[in-house]
Design a protein around this ligand. Structure first.
Ligand SMILES: Cc1cc2nc3c(=O)[nH]c(=O)nc-3n(C[C@H](O)[C@H](O)[C@H](O)COP(=O)(O)O)c2cc1C
Length: 320
């Protein structure tokens, strides 16, 4: 895959820890062949140490391509080693570096959004990883630490160091997830770049996708929370944009079928006890319908696939 060659606008699933794993990516791929799937971030140190849990997280189904793996870490050498291991062992279509995660667990360890405050370290990481791999390298970052205009110099430095694509979430680290994403500020940063750049933040349907792309001038967008419980969103946006028709969502029974399919893929990957990590996905599938609170309470107690099917049946009966 080459970022430059992808059909524009490029739609991508944004990386989300504990959510954009193999089963979820597989489900999205069933519905849409073109979306670029970003897997959840993994620790470079854990990869280099050969941590089995992290390596299992990295397993890939051929159907998932094109898929990008995201690494987090603070040491250029370790990041380069991990990227090399991933390229060789799992053969994704690209490697992405996390330079936007705002949680203290990341920033206190000099990774994630912290790297926006340490340009020298960020550039060294990009240069080292670029040197180690033959697949495309990208970086996902934010508008800045606390100033929405401070990423201009930063992203330019990343590009110079070898990043072949940049994705920008339209919030600062200090904002976390509060306020609304500033797509125009993303545009000001993107303007200085020659490599493909992506806008991210608060894109949830065709209208917000078009607005974000127009206001930022990005070649594509990353959709995160808007895809949770909505694996069909990429297909729905693409249909609306290409056919000029109104953006429509699937009926509730189709949404419930997809929830069951998600559960099947999840259990296939993680076994029966995987139901516990499935629970957090389920409420997203019926968010917004009347009776949501009760169903959400039930969703976090499902014990097996039969419970998921039963839940789906009750949601449909209630929602119709
Ligand atoms: C539960 C959750 C986990 C996330 N994990 C990651 C991650 O692993 N790597 C990353 O770069 N961003 C991560 N993000 C940020 C998202 O990729 C995205 O930038 C952010 O949610 C804004 O986009 P959205 O409004 O489309 O959700 C995460 C966000 C959420 C809500």
């Amino acid at each position: 895959m080459r970022w430059m060659d992808a059909k524009k606008p490029i739609f991508s699933l944004s990386p989300m820890a504990d959510f954009t794993d193999l089963p979820f990516c597989r489900l999205i791929r069933d519905l849409d062949k073109e979306t670029i799937l970003f897997r959840e971030m993994v620790s470079a140190e854990a990869i280099v140490r050969g941590n089995q849990k992290t390596l299992t997280m990295c397993e890939l189904e051929p159907i998932e391509h094109p898929v990008i793996y995201q690494l987090f870490g603070s040491n250029p050498e370790t990041m380069a080693k991990a990227a090399k291991i991933i390229e060789k062992q799992f053969q994704p279509d690209g490697i992405d570096i996390n330079m936007g995660c705002p949680v203290p667990k990341a920033t206190s360890q000099y990774n994630g959004a912290f790297l926006m405050r340490d340009k020298y370290r960020a550039v060294s990481i990009v240069a080292a990883v670029k040197d180690a791999i033959n697949i495309p390298l990208s970086v996902k970052t934010r508008l800045g630490w606390d100033d929405v205009n401070s990423s201009v110099e930063f992203v330019r430095a990343l590009e110079k160091a070898g990043a072949e694509a940049i994705e920008i979430h339209g919030r600062t680290k200090v904002q976390g997830y509060s306020g609304i994403a500033d797509w125009e500020a993303v545009g000001r940063a993107i303007k200085v770049l020659d490599v493909p750049a992506f806008v991210n933040g608060d894109i949830v349907d065709a209208k917000t996708a078009v607005d974000a792309l127009d206001k930022s001038g990005a070649v594509g967008c990353l959709i995160g929370r808007g895809a949770l419980g909505r694996p069909w969103i990429f297909n729905a946006i693409r249909n609306s944009l290409s056919g000029g028709q109104d953006y429509t969502e699937p009926d509730l029974d189709i949404k419930m079928d997809l929830m069951i399919k998600h559960a099947e893929y999840h259990i296939e990957k993680y076994g029966e006890k995987g139901v516990i990590s499935l629970r957090k996905h389920l409420p997203w599938y019926f968010k917004g319908i009347a009776g949501f609170r009760q169903f959400r309470a039930d969703a976090v107690q499902v014990k097996d696939l039969t419970d998921v099917k039963e839940l789906a049946k009750r949601v449909i009966e209630f929602g119709i």
